[in-house]
Design a protein around this ligand. Structure first.
Ligand SMILES: [Zn+2]
Length: 321
């Protein structure tokens, strides 16, 4: 997990409880002399924080600070040791302090650290603010769809989880490079995501079954990909060469295998959406296949119509948890 870049500058004029070159320094944004409570983060940065802010912003600190304290606690008591990284703690304080700008979130790892720490400190406002920040830059965070889905499902952000689940369809969940991200998911969200990918693949593969004309709308309508031929003696009210001898053939089986393999690797079907998918060498026989009726012998399949039909069906498949 990548640590966020440190943005804490050494602050030489701050008051420190120790001395020496390695002595902890105050965080430049949290060194106000009139702040009563002093914390020391696990990476050695001191924070002065106003008691009232902690009491109003954190259920945990509100309880801790209920007991009477010395008025001059900041001067006389050792700092309160916290197990948090200074960047994370500063981000929390930026949110619970009034009139401060919320932190910049450059990564979902950092956002997750903030959220988990906020849970420990019962800082409920933080969860909402982090959600707002993420939603305001959704396109950026969707570049890591599994990580975003993980956070959204942990914190009950159903709308974000749905959008992220759709974005994961461009990923093969079984790709070894994805395993670490996938393993971090909790069991129910993981099952929901695997189920979505599975439903999408199965629905698409099922849609390739040869239907004469209509049927469920998300099926490939083979009549739609066959050149119209009113004169074909085999067509029975369909105005096309659609009949068993023309669709139950090896090139169609090869097409179905290639489509199934592509959607198995990437349920979104990005490769299939490319018109060039149909230019594969393995499909060459499909585009020269002629009607099996001896008196017809016209080319049966239309590449353009198949591409249009594939796009139509892909957009009808299950796309969200
Ligand atoms: Zn024909």
């Amino acid at each position: 997990m990548a640590e966020p870049q440190a943005d804490v500058a050494p602050h030489t004029s701050g008051t420190s409880s120790t001395s020496g070159s390695n002595a902890p320094q105050y965080h430049p944004s949290f060194s106000s002399p009139d702040a009563e409570i002093v914390f020391l983060s696990d990476d050695g940065v001191l924070f002065r924080v106003h008691r009232v802010v902690l009491q109003l912003g954190s259920g945990f600190f509100n309880g801790m600070l209920e007991m009477p304290r010395d008025a001059d606690e900041a001067l006389n008591n050792p700092p309160i040791l916290i197990r948090d990284n200074s960047n994370v703690f500063a981000a929390l304080l930026d949110i619970i302090y009034p009139h401060r700008q919320p932190p910049e979130l450059d990564s979902l790892d950092f956002a997750l650290q903030i959220l988990q720490t906020a849970e420990n400190y019962e800082m409920h406002k933080v969860t909402e603010i982090v959600k707002c920040i993420i939603k305001s830059r959704l396109d950026f965070f969707l570049q890591q769809p599994i990580e975003l889905y993980n956070i959204a499902t942990r914190y009950g952000w159903e709308d974000v989880a749905k959008v992220a689940s759709t974005e994961t369809l461009t990923i093969n969940l079984h790709d070894p490079t994805m395993s670490e991200s996938v393993k971090r998911l909790e069991s129910v969200p993981l099952w929901q995501l695997v189920d979505l990918h599975w439903r999408r693949r199965r629905t698409f593969i099922g849609a390739l079954n040869i239907q004469p004309t209509t049927g469920p709308t998300c099926n490939i309508v083979w009549k739609n990909i066959i050149n119209w031929a009113t004169s074909c003696p085999q067509n029975i009210g369909y105005n096309s060469h659609f009949w068993k001898g023309n669709v139950d053939i090896a090139p169609v089986l090869i097409l179905k295998r290639l489509l199934a393999e592509a959607v198995d690797l990437e349920p979104w079907g990005g490769a299939i959406r490319q018109r060039s998918f149909l230019d594969k060498e393995d499909l060459a026989d499909m585009w020269t296949h002629k009607c099996a009726d001896a008196t017809c012998r016209q080319v049966v399949f239309s590449k353009d119509r198949l591409h249009t039909e594939l796009l139509r069906v892909l957009d009808l498949l299950p796309s969200t948890i």
